[in-house]
Design a protein around this ligand. Structure first.
Ligand SMILES: CCCCCC/C=C/CC(=O)SCCNC(=O)CCNC(=O)[C@H](O)C(C)(C)COP(=O)(O)OP(=O)(O)OC[C@H]1O[C@@H](n2cnc3c(N)ncnc32)[C@H](O)[C@@H]1OP(=O)(O)O
Length: 727
């Protein structure tokens, strides 16, 4: 744990050592200050190098210690000021990462040398905070307001080559970073340090700075919808213009305290740790992430090059895994090839920007396009990504049974079909697993890994590990219709339809949920996904179309409330963005700019008149409560059924796959924050007034937890008890 010290010539090298990422815990901070003061007093030491153990400089403050009392007793600001004012040159030797407080520490050093593979950044905004150890004051003084603001507000991890260009680093080396830092320290001995102390420098003026900052605020409000940290970051950087350095640092402290009182940092830090926790999967049969080794995946194949397949091929190639990409005929193969190549070209551009052009083959795995399933005989893992049709999927898996090598894993990319049924037609159900990617699959971080009844632990471990290799956050879920995310979406969208029936317009509903923080309101989301998808599914279920029960009341099915609104839209050819019309109108078929459509208003008004529904225009709060509590209630049912192993899993799914605002932690964290007794009573009231909407009947687990006062979310798991686990 202690920061250790060794002398190289007359240079003291202080090593931060707090595995796994050298986070600046209270005890590490104490050791650093002690070692540093000793070195600066030692007359045999002429210069000091700061580095991190195990190839990592430092990932910043220890987030686990936030909120504890020891935080301020040895503040990072005190360390940074001591370093910056040191009379001997201090050089940071950056390997791996210098993030948050780690970069702030490095910015207090007089020089910075980094390994070419390293990343630097101030990602505090991603955990609901601002850099509060001088970062918002030193970085603008070093690289100017625009570049600093961009890094701080987006929390970007900047590759070393870019950081060198920006002026954050003084030198980038391919090997022996610490030696290079020692060399640098020797080289600068005797040179004046005044202009290397960032806290003493003026910030460079830029023209029209007020307009520039106002625009940044407007952009952040639009982009981060309700998240306070990006705005506080702008405020803190703005202070460099009118406050002296120390006052600017004091302002960081005030802004941090004010952010903390919003509860957003706590929610985002919960989200951060939940993402790491879901990787540590367990199963009731005793399977555990660190006990079951995954099989290495050296080659993979993807069947079907529609939107999902293209993204999955790109994702695999990006992870440097050679892929075989299959389509059923030459024409579709050609279309798929063009689309994949365009996506891969964009990836190459991104790699170039990161200075990674020297990686052999550009660091992308090769892609072989073919129409011949026979080519799959030697691949390690196959992902089927054809459209959602059980018969078609089964036909493919039957064929794969005889073509794929016996130890190959067979994955189905389905958003809700029964993985057991698909596995049942194969000769290896233990090696079959669901991998539910989210569109666009090369960008979206979420991967739902769906375990079937017979899926082996090795198969789970391999799919989860593949998710990590692809840079995704993989969540293990059980097999039930629609799995976790889409299952919860059902009652949420049901409420949207009922609100539309009752008198709200699509844009009002979207506005309320976008104000809540969702990246996209539900009506725009349905238009994007295609209204016909749900329509076809409802036809297959006999809820609408020719299979619907004859003489069924229009607004009821099987004794439950039913809204035919989306069916009616589809019957008039309005499938959403793809047809240029859905809940909104678009500039053209395939267009993306949604405009409220007077046709839709007329259609809804006429519908209400036909069915004699008195107009009830719900306000934002009612829209948010009904939609959110419907979603959350289903989340409790998912937990009861053990389809997800804990509330954190659900929250990670929603934060990463459904545009849920991370500053609210996730739907289950939000429920805990609102208070479970309140969620329960709202659902109870609705349910009493609407007994024909069973999805709003409060879940048993919600009642159970509310009955014990709504404990903190980390205690929910203990209340889950013995349920019939699907995990
Ligand atoms: C409180 C004192 C003074 C306050 C004033 C100073 C304010 C400073 C503000 C900050 O510095 S806030 C922190 C800013 N830093 C970050 O946000 C970085 C967060 N970490 C990451 O982005 C990643 O973890 C990583 C460093 C890029 C590494 O990613 P990788 O995928 O390689 O590993 P992970 O699984 O993510 O992490 C491994 C392990 O380490 C834990 N961890 C990571 N960072 C921190 C941290 N800053 N504090 C505490 N713990 C951290 C992570 O939880 C994993 O733990 P596990 O137990 O193995 O799951």
């Amino acid at each position: 744990m202690a920061a250790t010290r060794r002398l190289t010539h007359s240079v003291a090298v202080i090593t931060l050592n707090n595995p796994p990422v050298n986070a600046l815990s209270y005890s590490l901070r104490r050791s650093i200050i002690k070692e540093f003061v000793d070195a600066s007093k030692d007359s045999s030491v002429e210069a000091i190098v700061l580095c991190g153990a195990n190839g990592k400089f430092c990932a910043g403050a220890d987030i686990k210690e936030f909120g504890s009392t020891s935080v301020d007793s040895v503040s990072l600001n005190h360390i940074n000021d001591t370093i910056e004012s040191c009379k001997k040159p201090v050089v940071a030797a950056i390997e791996g990462v210098a993030l948050g407080g780690g970069l702030e520490l490095a910015l207090s050093c007089h020089y910075r040398v980094a390994n070419v593979q390293s990343l630097v950044g101030l990602p505090e905004v991603l955990i609901g905070m601002i850099p509060a150890a001088g970062g918002t004051q030193r970085l603008p003084r070093l690289i100017g307001i625009p570049a600093a603001l961009d890094m701080i507000v987006r929390g970007r991890h900047v590759p070393a080559t870019e950081a060198l260009q920006l002026g954050i680093l003084d030198e980038v080396v391919k090997t022996n970073t610490i030696d290079a830092a020692v060399q640098m320290a020797m080289k600068v001995l005797g040179q004046p340090l005044e202009n290397r102390r960032l806290g003493t420098l003026p910030v460079q003026a830029i023209p029209n700075v007020d307009t520039f900052l106002d625009t940044a605020v407007k952009r952040a409000k639009g982009q981060f919808r309700g998240a306070q940290a990006p705005l506080a970051c702008i405020e803190a950087v703005k202070a460099t213009l009118h406050l002296p350095f120390l006052k600017g640092v004091e302002n960081e402290r005030v802004l941090t305290a004010s952010l903390w009182s919003t509860g957003q940092p706590q929610a985002q830090q919960y989200a951060f740790f939940s993402e790491r926790e879901v990787g540590k999967w367990t199963t009731p049969s005793g399977g555990k992430w660190d006990k079951v080794p995954p099989k290495p995946i050296q080659t993979a194949a993807v069947i079907g090059l529609g939107t999902m397949g293209r993204g999955i091929v790109t994702s695999l190639s990006k992870a440097n895994i050679p892929v075989i990409a299959i389509e059923q005929d030459a024409k579709q193969l050609d279309q798929g090839r063009q689309a994949v190549n365009a996506l891969l070209d964009r990836e190459v551009e991104k790699l170039k920007l990161q200075g990674k052009t020297s990686v052999p083959g550009n660091g992308l795995g090769s892609v072989k396009f073919t129409v011949d399933l026979g080519d799959l005989h030697s691949v390690d893992l196959i992902i089927e990504a054809v459209y959602e049709n059980m018969q078609l999927k089964k036909e493919i898996f039957r064929k794969l049974s005889s073509i794929a090598k016996p130890d190959a894993f067979l994955c189905t990319n389905t958003s809700g079909l029964n993985v057991d049924e698909i596995a049942s037609v194969t000769n290896r159900p233990q090696q079959v697993i669901g991998t539910h990617f989210f569109s666009p699959a090369n960008i979206m971080r979420l991967l739902e890994v769906v375990r079937g009844q017979k899926t082996s632990l090795t198969t789970i471990a391999t799919a989860m590990s593949l998710g990590k290799t692809l840079g995704k956050v993989a969540v293990l879920v059980g097999n039930c219709p629609l799995f976790v995310g889409n299952r919860m979406l059902g009652p949420y969208l049901e409420q949207v339809n009922y609100l539309l029936e009752e008198g709200s317009y699509p844009e009002e509903i979207d506005q309320a949920l976008e104000e809540f923080g969702f990246a996209m309101g539900p009506c725009r989301m349905m238009d994007l996904a295609g209204l016909d998808v749900g329509w076809r599914s409802r036809m297959e279920q006999g809820l609408t179309g020719t299979n619907a029960p004859p003489g069924a009341p229009v607004r009821q099915r099987n004794g439950k409330r039913y809204s035919p609104l989306a069916d009616l839209l589809c019957e008039s050819g309005r499938f959403g963005q793809k047809t240029g019309k859905g809940w909104y109108q678009y500039e053209k078929a395939g267009g993306r700019i949604a405009k409220p459509d007077p046709w839709v208003r007329d259609f809804l008004d006429k519908y209400r008149r036909t069915h004699q529904i008195a107009r009830h225009q719900a306000n934002s709060q009612e829209i948010q409560d009904r939609c959110m509590f419907a979603l959350i209630n289903e989340g409790f049912r998912v937990l009861e059924d053990s389809i997800a192993s804990g509330p954190e899993d659900i929250d990670v799914i929603y934060n990463n796959g459904y545009g849920f605002p991370k500053h609210r932690g996730g739907p289950m964290y939000y429920a805990a924050n609102v208070g479970l007794p309140k969620v329960l009573s709202t659902l109870e009231n609705y349910s009493k007034a609407n007994p024909d909407v069973p999805s709003m009947k409060p879940a048993f687990l919600l009642r159970k937890l509310a009955a014990v006062g709504g404990p903190p979310i980390k205690e929910w798991r203990t209340q889950l008890g013995n349920t019939s686990s699907k995990l």
